[in-house]
Design a protein. Structure first.
Length: 361
């Protein structure tokens, strides 16, 4: 018997997945794992030999090749573990299933196959007995020369033995018809199960391919988001430096504002002084000489006032430019923070998607 069944002769009638174990040959107590992970375990039917086998292959290694006999018994030792002894292989096989339902299905199929093997053995024995009886009857027949001289005697023997033989053949035919009907039903059932398994495998393969493509897509998305996050962090550091510059600019603007207020106060004082001098010039015309000196002072004060006004205008211009720059920086910072919030939300959604995908898988 070949380790891997040729499909021209043997066909799978039931397939499942399980972790395979064998009993330790030295202690006959401990289980030794025959596979590192769950592998395919299948029932095969050999139509030419009329026999059933359980076969499991891990890569290129055959880990189960057990021919089922009527004397075998499959025993459930726990909710997800079962075992059977194979005297030909001189070992005990154990299977660990993902669920109790799969173990139950495997045990039911083992019982069905065992009954079918028993029926096949009974049929073989009946055929052997029938051929043995025919041989004995042939041995009891007379030689051809004698048979030619006693034709009537032979006919009588046939008539005397014809009734039980026909009843036996009829009983055998009934058994064969029943077995054939049961075999046809089992074949249809196994073909349906096989088609269901093929469709399920196709769906699982498609889902696995889609899942792999989705994982690759999310990996690329994650890499792109990580890159973008690094860029955003760099941008944040730059903006923080700009914010520090803005704070320094604010301090300078505050100093300029205080200086501007001082100059405005000083200008008001000078204006009051100028007004007072003008009044004195109008009220006391006799003090022309003093008035000239006051005029000179006034001119000097006006010149100084113009200088101060020029300074004030310059300072105001600087303040306005500083405020404008500050406003622009605030706008840029606000826009950047809005973009950053959006990216953070996208990263949060992406994380939730990855978590959900992991749970689904």
């Amino acid at each position: 018997i070949s380790p891997v069944p040729p499909y021209s002769r043997e066909q799978p009638i039931f397939t499942t997945r399980a972790h395979v174990f064998q009993i330790d040959p030295s202690t006959k107590k401990n289980w030794v794992p025959a596979s590192k992970q769950a592998v395919t375990v299948s029932y095969f039917y050999d139509s030419t030999r009329n026999s059933y086998r359980i076969i499991s292959v891990d890569g290129a290694k055959v880990i189960i090749n057990s021919t089922i006999t009527p004397n075998m018994t499959f025993t459930k030792t726990s909710q997800k573990f079962g075992q059977w002894a194979d005297s030909r292989a001189n070992t005990v096989f154990g299977l660990g299933f993902p669920s109790e339902q799969q173990l139950t299905k495997f045990a039911e199929k083992f019982q069905e196959v065992k009954e079918a093997a028993k029926l096949a053995r009974d049929r073989s024995q009946e055929k052997i007995e029938t051929s043995s009886n025919h041989s004995q009857e042939s041995g009891r027949e007379t030689p051809s020369s004698t048979r030619a001289s006693s034709v009537n005697g032979t006919d009588d023997e046939k008539a005397s033995h014809g009734g039980p033989a026909e009843a036996h053949l009829k009983s055998e035919n009934d058994k064969l018809k029943l077995a054939l009907a049961q075999s046809s039903c089992n074949v249809k059932k196994w073909e349906t199960e096989l088609q269901t398994l093929r469709e399920s495998n196709a769906r699982l393969t498609t889902a696995l391919q889609e899942s792999a493509a989705s994982i690759e897509h999310w990996k690329k998305q994650f890499s792109a988001c990580k890159e973008e996050n690094d860029q955003l962090r760099s941008k944040i550091e730059e903006l923080e430096e700009q914010c520090n510059e803005i704070n320094k600019e604010k301090e300078r603007n505050a100093q300029l504002s205080r200086r501007l207020q001082e100059l405005e106060t000083e200008l008001q004082d000078k204006e009051l002084e100028l007004e007072e001098l003008r009044k004195q010039g109008e009220i006391i015309p006799q003090l022309m000489s003093e008035c000239e000196s006051v005029s000179e002072q006034l001119q000097a004060a006006e010149k100084k006032n113009k200088d101060l006004e020029e300074k004030v205008r310059t300072l105001r211009t600087e303040v306005e430019e500083s405020k404008h720059r500050q406003t622009n920086l605030k706008t840029e910072l606000k826009n950047f923070l809005d973009v950053l919030d959006g990216k953070i939300d996208e990263l949060h959604d992406f994380r939730q998607g990855l978590s959900k995908l992991g749970v689904d898988n």
